[in-house]
Design a protein around this ligand. Sequence first.
Ligand code: IMP
Ligand code: MG
Length: 186
Amino acid sequence: MERIPNPLDEHLTRVLYSKEVIHQRVLELGAQITEDYMDRDLVLVGILRGAAVFLCDLSRAIAVPHSWDMCGASSYHGGTATSGHVQITKDVEVDLRNKHVIVVEDIYDSGRTLRAICDLLRVHQPASIEVCALLYKEKVQRASEVAIKYVGFEIPDEFVVGYGLDYNEYYRNLECIGILDPKIYS
Ligand code: IMP
Ligand code: MG
């Protein structure tokens, strides 16, 4: 059966990555992680809510036994610009002590969310923490620099939606990733 056309697709000025291109890149990331974590006790920690779609696909592209959990952080409170204050809304429940953690994030933007989450996870005493971000926004300056070991795509500094990324909680269900028409939010 064909997918029902999504009228929200019309709100994009440009599709950056199609469903097929995203799928291919996620498989590559999964293969790379599989190779790197062959003999390690791996836990993926996704950041709610934007990374949920990516986490589910990435987990299934990884061929070493692993568990996963989600933690929550919020900084936008609606709109297209971060408030600058990151609120932790949910801690992890899986035991991370002596485990090798990969934080799974939708997008590396100002870096504040990843900084706050990595600080939170360190309290759980994992053996290591790395970050996998599907999108890496190119920026002149960031509030917090965080080392990102695995990157899906580098993108221009524009507001994007789809494949989990939202504007005011909508557009997460678009299968592609695209630039949201500024008419929608201005
Ligand atoms: P940071 O703390 O500024 O790095 O922002 C990270 C969070 O902001 C991400 O987890 C996303 O949920 C959200 N975000 C940043 N840029 C975008 C975007 O272009 N579209 C949608 N959400 C974004
Ligand atoms: Mg968001």
